[in-house]
Design a protein around this ligand. Structure first.
Ligand code: FAD
Length: 305
């Protein structure tokens, strides 16, 4: 219930406006958000990126945003992504830019999103940058995969995220492995109906493991994006036996950083998902909804001096 409420709050325009208008509320919530968000601006994100890249991490940077509803706002989002890609190129950071297709126009139509994705993929290619498409609610899965498939052949620097919790995903994986792009495997962050997805469970972990094994067996470029200890141990063991150094582990900024560091020191490729931007409030709510224990952490962050 807490998770459902937080998902609604995340998208409530009045709540967002209240946070912006009240300097005190803004400061309090920003304290909690800083655990998960690297900054509000591009220079702040780039500073963190350079620091983490120097430590040996790969990065997925994302200016936070989703569900853009007006054309001008979609163009503004494309300009934000373009500036990020160009800056990464200028700094010779051959990293990944993550994006949700609904941020750049999916809600206004697949053609618009595809056009914008192609524009960004071309720019990214010129700057040695990769793109990773995030996966959104199941109502959008078909459209997102459709746009991806129409772009992936021409742009192998574009990858896509698959949510193991969706019942359709094992079949989608079979098809997606025919495209060159990287597949980022996640459990799935959105509340879905049982007809559509598995809840957190042993069954979901078995499905995740099975999909990860298929990626590794096929030597398909992939990112194992989970913080689940049992999965990390098992996939680490399988990858170590079959393809040492091939699997990439990816975690959210601020979630289990010590564990990711341990994996890195163990010789594994490790990537950090680094979100930033003024829409941090939306992202904070998503992280709290996904793992309600974070609400207590957030309160501690807020009250600690
Ligand atoms: P869980 O079973 O949820 O968690 C396992 C353990 O990890 C928990 O017990 C806890 O110790 C720790 N943990 C997990 N989440 C948190 C948290 N928020 N805060 C603190 N501790 C936590 N989901 C999508 O639906 N679409 C996407 O495009 C997408 N992209 C992602 C990209 C990356 C790089 C990552 C890492 C995740 C992404 N997710 C995405 C979120 C993902 O679907 C899960 O909701 C999230 O990773 C938590 O699941 P888990 O695999 O870590 O396992």
């Amino acid at each position: 219930q807490a998770a459902a409420a937080l998902r609604i709050i995340a998208r409530d325009a009045n709540m967002k406006a209240s946070v912006r208008q009240s300097a005190e509320l803004y400061q309090l919530l920003w304290r909690a958000a800083q655990r998960f968000v690297t900054g509000e601006t591009l220079p702040e994100a780039l500073e963190s990126a350079q620091h983490l890249a120097a430590m040996g991490y790969g990065l997925s940077l994302e200016p936070i945003g989703e569900n853009t509803e007006e054309l001008a706002a979609c163009r503004a989002a494309v300009a934000t992504f373009s500036a990020l890609i160009e800056e990464l190129g200028r700094l010779s950071l051959a990293e990944t830019v993550s994006l949700d297709l609904s941020h750049i126009g999916l809600n206004l139509g697949e053609e618009l999103a595809r056009g914008h994705l192609t524009e960004l993929a071309e720019l990214a290619r010129q700057h040695g940058v990769s793109l990773m498409i995030g996966m959104e609610e199941s109502a959008k899965t078909e459209a997102i995969l459709g746009v991806y498939k129409r772009t992936a052949g021409r742009y192998p620097n574009v990858g896509v995220t698959l949510q193991a919790h969706l019942h359709r995903s094992p079949a989608d994986l079979t098809e997606l492995m025919q495209y060159p792009g990287k597949i980022r495997l996640v459990k799935g962050a959105y509340g879905e109906k049982p007809e559509v997805a598995l809840p957190r469970s042993e069954e979901l972990n078995r499905r995740y493991l099975d999909m990860a094994e298929r990626l590794l067996e096929n030597g398909h470029p992939c990112s194992i994006a989970t913080h689940d200890e049992a999965l990390l141990c098992e996939i680490g063991r399988i990858a170590g036996e079959r393809l040492p150094g091939f699997a990439e582990f990816e975690m959210l900024y601020g979630v289990r950083p010590e564990r990711l560091n341990e994996l890195r020191l163990g010789g594994n490729a490790c990537r950090i998902y680094l979100p930033y931007g003024p829409e941090w409030y939306l992202y904070l709510c998503h992280r709290l909804a996904e793992h309600p224990n974070n609400i207590f952490r957030a309160l501690t962050d807020i009250v600690s001096p």
